[in-house]
Design a protein around this ligand. Structure first.
Ligand code: NAD
Ligand code: MN
Length: 493
């Protein structure tokens, strides 16, 4: 008798065929984005003296979301004057009082978490599941954590007193707009400084919405001022004579330029710049766990992550196996509308960034690396790029050396632990690294040999406000988070 033909789909088809497609599941909560925003100076939204504005669009569909004020030098000056005045009283408040405001801010952000998550996703393009489950809760966590420090600063350096620096100028990037704001504001305020902050030009909206939380929290006017604009506004913030310190997160090129202009001014400076992290997988690693860690390490936030695990170093004996598992896993990633709760890879933040990623990927092909991209239906409007793997990459390829800041993984191999360390450290950067192995002793050894500010072991992209974050070499200097982060906003007396 001939065998009956099974009507059940094969396991592969069940997993990867179109039987597994998800229905659209768009997040429906309103983002409450105003049609236009003024500058937030001295506790109030004010029209820019420059009389100039620019649009913030959604990379999701290229639609205009809001009109943002472009702060000129006179606006930046007004922000600094307000911050300098506020410093006189804010710096003298007892820590318990400053803590009270920080706790309020944290709770108000939690209350409005869903609205902030939607706004963040619309303005920046990241998947709603990330803004909802990572960016916004982590931002609140940073305020809670630093609220706890505000009245305990005498325990940071026993026997010494921490004093605030004055007015801090802060310039932040577009990859984690609200979270970078929290990383910058919370420690500055906890230690008694006042602030002039400039968000990135493509992602100003959550910072401006956050200003309304500051109003609701009753934060004294001038303690935090938010000026919007692009590089010229950033430059005015950095070069204002009233700034006691500049805290910058962004590209290495701009970071270097800032360091040059501040030389000799006596202003303090911390820089959190780019990265080209090695994620090192040894043959004794739990492979499936490692594959998940590799995927999360590079595709989280479309790879717009300074500590992204963008260089996979895999031991030669398991390279084939890891590559084939990665290819299978890539097919299950959903790229598309960031507002959809099922989306894994959302929109690329801007047209300029999409062009930069495309150019670097073309260079990888031209240099001779093997490209792999799963077929995926990308939305017609908006800025999208499919998840991409490069195998057969050598250390001289641009995709192995330059920060791509997109969903692109370069795969290199190694034979011995010594070779892994040498290749991992063969970069101008030094922000983060990952090690996957069963051996605790190897983890400890590599954590000291890898020249990176953060070394993750059998995990990747784990963050906590208590844990200091920052770089070596051209990834910058200074730390954010933990007790070390407080020291970068204070002077010892
Ligand atoms: P960028 O450094 O130009 O922008 C970061 C911030 O600096 C923005 O707020 C911007 O307005 C401001 N800025 C720009 N020029 C300035 C100047 N001369 N003085 C003061 N402030 C200035 O980064 P980008 O052009 O948006 O991105 C380019 C590359 O930088 C990316 O491809 C990525 O490699 C890297 N990047 C890294 C991070 C990070 O988190 N480390 C963040 C964003 C971008
Ligand atoms: Mn935008």
């Amino acid at each position: 008798m001939p065998a009956k033909k099974s009507t059940r789909p094969a396991a592969r088809e069940l997993l990867f065929g179109n039987l597994w497609e998800f229905d659209p599941a768009p997040e429906s909560a309103p983002a409450f984005i105003a049609p236009r925003y003024g500058l937030f100076i001295n506790g109030k939204f004010t029209a820019p003296k420059s009389k100039k504005t620019f649009d913030s669009i959604s990379p999701r569909n290229e639609e205009k979301l809001s009109e943002i004020s472009l702060a000129g030098p006179a606006d930046v000056d007004a922000a600094y004057q307000a911050a300098a005045k506020a410093f006189e009283s804010w710096s003298r408040l007892p820590g318990t009082e400053r803590a009270k405001y920080l706790f309020r801010i944290a709770r108000l952000l939690q209350d409005r978490a869903r609205e902030f998550a939607v706004a963040e996703t619309l303005d920046g393009g990241k998947p709603i599941k990330e803004s909802r489950d990572f960016d916004v809760p982590m931002a609140a966590a940073h305020f809670f954590y630093h609220a706890g420090w505000a009245d305990k600063l005498s325990y940071v350096t026993p026997g010494r007193t921490l004093a605030p620096l004055g007015v801090i100028g802060q310039v932040i990037p577009w990859n984690f707009p609200l979270l970078m704001l929290a990383w910058k504001l919370a420690p500055a305020l906890a230690t008694g400084n006042t602030v002039v902050l400039k968000p990135a030009e493509t992602t100003s909206i959550t910072a401006l919405k956050f200003a309304s939380i500051l109003q609701d929290a009753g934060l004294p006017p001038g303690v935090v001022n938010i000026v919007t604009g692009a590089g010229e506004t950033g430059s005015a913030v950095v070069n204002h004579p009233l700034a006691a310190k500049i805290a910058f997160t962004g590209s290495t090129a701009v970071g270097k330029a800032i360091q040059r202009t501040l030389a000799g001014t006596g202003k303090r400076l911390t820089l959190e710049l780019g990265g080209k992290a090695a994620n090192i997988v040894f043959e004794d690693a739990p492979i499936d766990q490692a594959v998940e860690g590799i995927i999360n390490g590079i595709f989280f936030n479309q790879g717009h992550v300074c500590c992204a695990g963008s260089r996979l170093l895999v031991q030669e004996s398991i390279a084939e196996k890891v590559l084939s598992k990665l290819k299978i896993r890539l097919k299950t990633l959903r790229t598309g509308d960031p507002l959809d709760k099922n989306t894994d890879i959302g929109a690329i933040n801007s047209k300029a960034q999409l062009d930069r990623i495309s150019e670097l990927v073309a260079s990888g092909v031209a240099d001779g690396a093997d490209l792999y991209q799963p077929t995926c239906d990308l939305p017609k409007k908006g800025f999208y790029f499919p998840p991409t793997l490069f195998s057969n990459v050598t250390q001289s390829h641009r995709v192995a050396r330059e920060e791509i800041f997109g969903p692109v993984l370069s795969i290199l191999t190694f034979r011995t632990p010594e070779e892994a360390v040498e290749k991992a450290n063969n970069t101008h950067y030094g922000l983060s690294a990952g090690v996957w192995t069963d051996k605790g002793s190897r983890i400890l050894k590599l954590s000291t040999e890898l020249k990176a500010g953060v070394v993750w072991a059998n995990t990747f992209n784990k963050f906590d406000p208590t844990s200091p974050f920052g770089g070596y070499k051209e990834s910058g200097f200074g730390r954010e988070g933990g007790k070390q982060g407080l020291l970068d906003y204070a002077t010892l007396i």
